[in-house]
Design a protein around this ligand. Structure first.
Ligand code: A3P
Length: 320
């Protein structure tokens, strides 16, 4: 089945999800060529749910100074983090961006050959559409979700800011979003795919998917950071905790800090075949900005819709 969005983009359905033709090609290419490794880490999100933040956090957790630190090191080395010089999207590539067949590659052709350490990738692909190579590996997946009304507000602002499409009214765009008619949509099945997996323990009793919420991380990033580090097999030592390492990572990756870095204030990053203004990845970083876009009655009917969509799944979307 196919659907044409208000912006004239044709979407086709694959395994219950909508994709534009570029993304569909990327997906097929990944299925054919991508070789997952057990040490791989995948950061999965629905677009505009905090991908950039998650990339910064996980990259920093994995690449933090070794523990225990050698005598006379304070752990301040983190201030030399590559995040200070690179946009998080340059440090952690989108799977969808990898080209395997040569050409003007943005990321390396040789992605399958990188052998050392943990590779970190991100993707907006639904769990149901991931390549077998990933599903059959023992790699780890962290999924971050966010209040869909804020996802909508964030998407609306992002598309406007980068001029990706001529948007109609908030009402019409929200209707489209509520119907699930957008690339990677519907978002409720996107969330449920990862949610269901997060409940299952993988073969050897190991959890495959860590399921996190943007709003929880905003409220207090420390518990989420600890969960991530443990899940990835790089837990914080008592010494690290005592030395304030978790807080240092949270501060380094905070919205305020990243937004104000020179590297994120100017320039563009090519991501998902678009050129995106780096600054547009750091807009407000708040919870509840949807109130500036949606009326209370739009929100109320949307909440009812969410109750229907998530009924019986054990997942409850908190809207406030
Ligand atoms: P807003 O548009 O609501 O401000 P993605 O990275 O998936 O594209 O999501 C972008 C959203 O995450 C934007 O939301 C952006 O401001 C927010 N964001 C980016 N960096 C962040 C950070 N360090 N902490 C919290 N939110 C962040």
């Amino acid at each position: 089945p196919q659907v044409k969005t208000q912006h004239g983009i044709v979407l086709a359905k694959y395994k219950g999800f909508w994709f534009n033709s570029n993304l569909f090609q990327s997906l097929m290419s990944l299925h054919k060529h991508f070789e997952a490794k057990d040490t791989d880490i995948f950061l999965a999100t629905f677009p505009k749910s905090g991908t950039t933040w998650l990339k910064a956090l996980v990259h920093t957790i994995i690449n933090r100074p070794p523990s225990p630190l050698p005598e006379n090191h304070s752990g301040e080395e983190i201030i030399q983090s590559p995040l200070l010089f690179s946009n998080p999207h340059q440090l952690v590539p989108f799977l969808e961006n990898i080209r395997f067949e040569g050409g003007e590659n943005y990321y390396s052709d040789d992605v399958n050959r990188i052998q050392i350490g943990s590779r970190i990738f991100s993707s907006h692909m639904p769990y149901q559409c991931l390549p077998d190579s990933i599903l059959q590996s023992n790699s780890k997946i962290i999924y971050l979700y966010r209040n869909p009304m804020d996802v909508f507000a964030s998407t609306f602002a992002f598309v406007l800011e980068n001029g990706f499409a001529k948007l109609t009214s908030v009402e019409e765009e929200f209707q489209l979003f509520s119907n699930g008619n957008q690339s990677y949509g519907p978002f409720w099945d996107h969330i449920l795919g990862y949610w269901n997996q997060s409940l299952k323990a993988h073969e050897t009793d190991k959890k495959r998917v860590l399921f996190l919420r943007y709003e929880d991380l905003k409220k207090d990033p420390n518990p989420g950071l600890k969960k991530m580090a443990e899940f990835l097999g790089f837990p914080f030592s008592v010494k690290e905790e005592e030395s304030g390492m978790i807080e240092r990572i949270a501060n380094l990756c905070s919205f305020e800090n990243l937004k104000n870095l020179e590297v994120n204030r100017k320039g563009e990053t090519e991501t998902l075949r678009f050129k995106v203004k780096n600054s547009s990845f750091f807009r407000k970083g708040e919870v509840g900005d949807w109130k500036n876009y949606l009326t209370p009655s739009m929100a109320e009917s949307f909440e009812k819709l969410m109750e229907e969509k998530f009924a019986g799944s054990g997942f409850a979307m908190e809207m406030h």
